[in-house]
Ligand binder design. Sequence first.
Ligand SMILES: Cc1cc2nc3c(=O)[nH]c(=O)nc-3n(C[C@H](O)[C@H](O)[C@H](O)COP(=O)(O)OP(=O)(O)OC[C@H]3O[C@@H](n4cnc5c(N)ncnc54)[C@H](O)[C@@H]3O)c2cc1C
Length: 328
Amino acid sequence: MRDYIFAYGEYHTGKLHPASLEILTPLREIADKLQKRLILFMLVDDSERLKEVRELEKALCDEIWYLENRELKDFKDDLFGKVIVNLIKETNPYGVFFPATLQGMALAPRVAGELEVGLCAHVNSFEIEGETLYMLRPSYGDNIIAKLYSTTFPIMATLSLNAFPIRENTKKPELKKIKLKEPLNLVSKLRVRSIKPVKREPNKLAVAKVILAGGLGLKTKENFEKLKILAEILEAEIGVTRPLCYAGWAEEDHMIGVSGVTVRPKLYIGFGISGAIQHTIGMENSEFIIAVNIDKEAPLVKMSHVALIVDAEKLLDALLRQLKEGTN
Ligand SMILES: Cc1cc2nc3c(=O)[nH]c(=O)nc-3n(C[C@H](O)[C@H](O)[C@H](O)COP(=O)(O)OP(=O)(O)OC[C@H]3O[C@@H](n4cnc5c(N)ncnc54)[C@H](O)[C@@H]3O)c2cc1C
């Protein structure tokens, strides 16, 4: 009973959304601890094209299940929702999890509503205590981290994008074609007339290896401009705290944190940043953290690997001077 944990594999014509691989990382840990089988499930129109999805060979799950039907070519909330509800009713999983992509956010409430179970949105970490799975997410205008558990089964949630690193499996998961016992009337009220892909530049900050982040401790826009020069020299990306966006010094796509981007660089250097939870939640998984602050009690200083208790402006001036001298 309730042997499976399902992760929704968002698939379209030979391509898998990377967020589906991200959510396998925490779910793998949960499945191992609770001794469940982790299943990546996908709705596909033509299984021949699954061969094109090389990432599936290293997906961090036990099995990959796919349901195949030509009507499942284009995403239609009502149709996909109906198939997933029936899959859940027939297999009685422990949990069903979706990446918080547009598809995931459309499907999860539809499925939860149909099954009359709870749904936790935008989870960015999990904890297990005894047999209980807790889901953590920012709440009350992102001011607190709520720790929630579900009183209904299957446990359902959407998982925030970019909150978990993709990890690879050491063995190839088994690929299984699934047939529902109950024949479905796959008729949708939606008709897809055409699909026009939108060209979107990926947010460079989210994938940056080195980030120089600025906070209010920089004091002036002029000092923030110095940080930008240093970032350019070091080929780093610029991150900021929310007040700097509100001051108009930086665009919102540079904001790190709960209202901004989640980052995972190899090196994060915070200049004049206190380390409020709304900020640190977006950078706490950085591999190496350096804090530049005059206050040795600042939370970012406490969580850093190296702290420089100095005036950010003076340090910036000294670094830029050194680097300029070095190039002359
Ligand atoms: C609903 C909500 C959502 C939010 N979302 C986000 C978010 O996504 N991202 C985010 O960043 N914030 C967010 N915030 C704001 C967050 O709570 C903090 O207010 C913000 O992160 C603080 O920014 P800061 O560290 O730049 O400023 P401060 O907290 O004012 O810290 C400034 C730091 O600079 C240090 N300092 C002062 N002078 C110097 C000097 N000369 N040299 C070096 N250091 C110095 C100080 O000691 C201090 O530690 C949110 C807030 C709310 C209410």
